[in-house]
Design a protein around this ligand. Structure first.
Ligand SMILES: *Cc1c(COP(=O)(O)O)cnc(C)c1O
Length: 397
């Protein structure tokens, strides 16, 4: 087996060793419950509150607007169900998009069963929502707009500033699932009209199982987990002290190096994209060419099954994905690729490669070389491709 090349950083990232070192004392030395009264516990309480301040300052928020959770899915659930619960007297209508993560989509479907009405906005061929369609979808009884900051499959970055302005103009709350974007693209809560924002540490070289919900002061949601008084009595449960400390450290490092890292990752990504598009025929790049996460490349190879591609890449030590980690194992094509207008047979041949700070040009070249060979081999076994080539040569005659 060759050396592993990990290109599935949208599914999860490696823990930064510096982050691990910051967490370690809160596993081994100070394991205290931050809510206890003795001096031993004061230190872990302080660590949690410092982490809150760090994260708040990185996004132009106030510390009391940051609520620690167990990750992106929980933050999304809380934001959406919380608004449904708190504001159903105003109305029972929500607006989201067809390309959201399942943590948002399935939560909206759950609310539909509870009597809510949800508008799922279309996106264009690049995955962008239309601001005009958004504005037209707003009604008297709309209580929440939930639109992701950046898409986890195709990397497209949505017009968050403009969406926030529309939401504000109509007095509707705006939640954004920023799990893929937070710490990868700049964002300031004091400059954007975002009322609720979800983030998750394991998508930016932090630990798994910890995230946060930014909840703008004045947005009065009830408790999501009932029990103790942690997180201002809104999210009960003993704080995940090492996780929270690790998340803040990871965020600090990521924001500090965001510009140089983005530039470096995008350069490797662009090289990979250029080679794949130039050297493998009948291939398309999915997602917006410029308004895109720096580490995302998503392709469709015609006449190929994405699953076979993944297995053959795996045999070469390359970790990739056909879309979202959450849909792998299912035979349905990605809802995101269908939403950007791809027919089923093309959406089936998708491949998502998501790079990290550690991905090198040499690795990108190795992956491009491997892909070229694998796609050729798979196509040589495809009767559809054989037919296609035959027809092509006939029309050329
Ligand atoms: C990964 C991801 C989630 C889920 O986050 P977890 O911390 O794994 O629960 C939600 N939304 C998006 C866009 C994601 O990429």
């Amino acid at each position: 087996m060759e050396k592993r090349i990990y290109l599935d950083n949208a599914a999860t990232t490696a823990l930064n060793p510096e982050v691990f070192e910051a967490m370690k004392p809160y596993f081994l030395e100070n394991y205290s419950n931050p809510n206890s009264v003795y001096t031993f516990a004061q230190q872990s309480k302080k660590a949690v509150e410092e982490a809150r301040e760090t994260i708040a300052s990185l996004i132009g928020a106030k510390p009391n607007e940051i609520y620690f959770t167990a990750g992106g899915s929980e933050s999304d659930n809380w934001a959406i169900k919380g608004c449904a619960d708190a504001f159903s007297a105003k109305g029972k209508h929500m607006i989201t998009t067809k390309i959201e993560h399942h943590a948002v989509l399935h939560t909206c479907q759950y609310l539909e069963k509870k009597g809510f009405e949800v508008t799922y906005l279309d996106v264009d061929e690049n995955g962008l929502v239309s601001l005009e369609e958004l504005e037209n979808a707003i009604r008297q009884d709309t209580v929440l707009i939930s639109i992701m900051f950046a898409n986890n499959e195709i990397g497209t970055i949505e017009p968050i500033r403009e969406i926030g302005e529309i939401a504000k103009k109509h007095g509707v709350l705006f939640h954004t699932d920023a799990v893929q974007a937070f710490c990868h693209v700049p964002m300031r809560m004091d400059e954007l009209n975002i009322d609720l924002l979800s983030a998750s540490a394991h998508k930016f070289y932090g630990p798994k199982g910890v995230g946060f919900l930014y909840l703008r002061n004045g947005v009065k949601l009830g408790a999501y987990i009932h029990g103790g008084a942690q997180e201002r009595a809104r999210r009960a449960g003993t704080s995940n002290v090492p996780g929270i400390v690790g998340m803040a450290k990871a965020a600090e490092l990521a924001v500090q190096h965001m510009e140089e890292n983005s530039r470096k990752i995008a350069a490797v990504r662009d090289h990979l994209i250029e080679r794949v598009l130039a050297e493998i025929p009948y291939t398309r790049l999915n997602g917006h060419r410029e308004l895109r996460l720096p580490n995302n490349a998503n392709f469709c190879f015609r006449f190929i099954e994405g699953e076979s591609l993944l297995i053959m890449l795996d045999q070469k030590g390359i970790c990739a994905s056909s879309g979202s980690a959450c849909t792998s194992g299912s035979l349905d094509p990605s809802h995101v690729l269908l939403a950007i207008g791809l027919p089923h047979e093309i959406a089936h041949g998708s491949l998502r490669l998501t790079l990290s700070e550690e991905t090198t040009m040499e690795e990108a070249d190795q992956v491009a070389d491997s892909l070229k060979g694998i796609v050729e081999r798979l196509r040589s076994m495809s009767p559809l491709y054989e037919d296609f080539v035959k027809k092509q040569s006939e029309t050329e005659k």
